[in-house]
Ligand binder design. Sequence first.
Ligand code: CTP
Ligand code: CA
Length: 228
Amino acid sequence: FFTESGRKPLAGKRALVTSGPTHEPIDPVRYIANRSSGKQGHAIAAALAALGADVTLVSGPTRLPDPPGCTVVAIETAREMLAACLAARDAAVPVDIAVCAAAVADWRVAGASDRKLKKDGGGPPALALTENPDILATLSQAGPRRPALVIGFAAETGDVVATATAKRARKGCDWIVANDVSLGTTTFGGTDNTVHIIRADGVESWPTMGKDAVGARLAEAIAAHVAD
Ligand code: CTP
Ligand code: CA
């Protein structure tokens, strides 16, 4: 998929992609995490780079190799992911396209211990949780540094499209890629994905395909949109 001139369609565009889970510390040896593999976010980053974009991938801990052609920033917590994304957004060259595919932990432990918690005979510790910053909502806020196209994901159960449509409005992003993470589906940690692309002008449901294929098709949709 190249333009007539042979120039890659996203040449000269800067993209920011988040991927993977975040790890939220309980103490120096323990953390709260989720089942995200990072496969979908990494595939999107690779596909955008293949179309010529200058890609910064901000990723939580995964077992995946760095995607070719991307600048990778490794983080662990949601707060570190936000800081890395804001640094990328506020760099000299502005971000044109942001894709938030990370499964950011919604909560972190309030006042995580800097010493290892011990069984001291007083019973299990109570973990108080506090909400993490919302990276997608922050990047979606209006302002001179807002990327022209901000895309979020929505991991849902139940009425996936309706819930994700509401989420798109709440977050203020342009597109939402919604997927069904009910038990028995293969999405979380699996190789395939069944997604619905929710835009202001309607919903496009794609057939089940590999996460690499979803990444490639999404990158092409982004390139077509950016060319308009
Ligand atoms: N997201 C984010 N920062 C957070 C939480 C979510 O950037 N602290 C992003 C995800 O990367 C995804 C989108 O927001 O692109 C939606 O994530 P999701 O977990 O589906 O939505 P939440 O707003 O966290 O709502 P809930 O989990 O309660 O459904
Ligand atoms: Ca969430």
